[in-house]
Design a protein around this ligand. Structure first.
Ligand code: ADP
Ligand code: MG
Ligand code: MG
Length: 211
């Protein structure tokens, strides 16, 4: 499908379903190296975001919808992930403002802005065992794909694949940001929950564009 307002709507609906399905898994991951609430936080936030989107004006463009998601996530998710995802969606909105349909370069801009927003807010670098590890690999892979002439669906597919790789790559790491950083070496062997939820959300973004 075209990567437009309908895509944003389906992406969010399907992300809410994906997060709900993975709620227990995200809770389990966060129990290992955090406080066990990531699945609950994300489920609450994405359910709220999808119901807000359902009420949005019919002529809302992608940026309008992404902004609505941002404010909903900020006010409902809580924890570290709320402001981080909220900032990601807010910056993503800014990157595509005024556009009705997104092209490969717009997807790269959207993902880059989201990642940069998270970094600005949370000050984590790649390798700190956070969601930044998934977002950053996604940005790099999307940029490479767009530069090679890939279409929007393929750019998103590359981003999703790389985010999954980034989430898996957090497993052997010691955390340097967030609650997991209190654990030192005990965090080794556990996947970062925020990197995992990022991989889920970007997987849905790609699958939605493919359909
Ligand atoms: P909390 O840790 O407050 O309970 P969540 O469990 O909802 O919040 O989210 C935890 C996730 O947030 C972590 O797995 C990590 O990916 C992400 N995170 C935490 N701190 C940072 C940070 N400073 N920068 C980037 N991501 C972070
Ligand atoms: Mg937590
Ligand atoms: Mg918490």
């Amino acid at each position: 499908m075209a990567v437009d307002a309908s895509w944003v709507r389906s992406w969010l609906d399907r992300s809410a379903a994906m997060i709900a399905e993975n709620r227990q898994e995200l809770i389990r991951l966060d129990r290992e190296i955090g406080d066990g609430d990531h699945g609950e936080n994300m489920d609450r936030g994405f359910q709220a975001a999808t119901s807000k989107i359902a009420d949005a004006a019919d002529d809302a463009n992608p940026a309008d919808l992404l902004k609505l998601v941002a404010s909903t996530l900020i006010s409902t998710v809580g924890g570290a992930a709320g402001p981080l995802y909220g900032t990601a969606f807010l910056k993503a909105a800014g990157a595509v403002s005024g556009k009705d349909s997104l092209e490969p370069a717009d997807i790269v801009d959207l993902l880059t802005a989201a990642r940069d927003g998270i970094v600005l807010r949370g000050k984590a670098e790649v390798g700190d065992k956070t969601m930044v590890d998934a977002w950053s690999l996604a940005v790099d892979a999307a940029a490479d794909a767009a530069n090679a002439g890939a279409d929007v669906a393929s750019v998103l597919a590359e981003a999703a694949r790389a985010a999954e790789e980034g989430a898996a790559a957090t497993e052997p790491l010691v955390a340097r940001k967030g609650r997991a950083s209190y654990l030192g070496e005990r965090a080794i062997g556990h996947r970062d929950p925020g990197a995992q939820s990022t991989a889920l959300v970007l997987r849905v973004a790609a699958d939605t564009a493919k359909d």
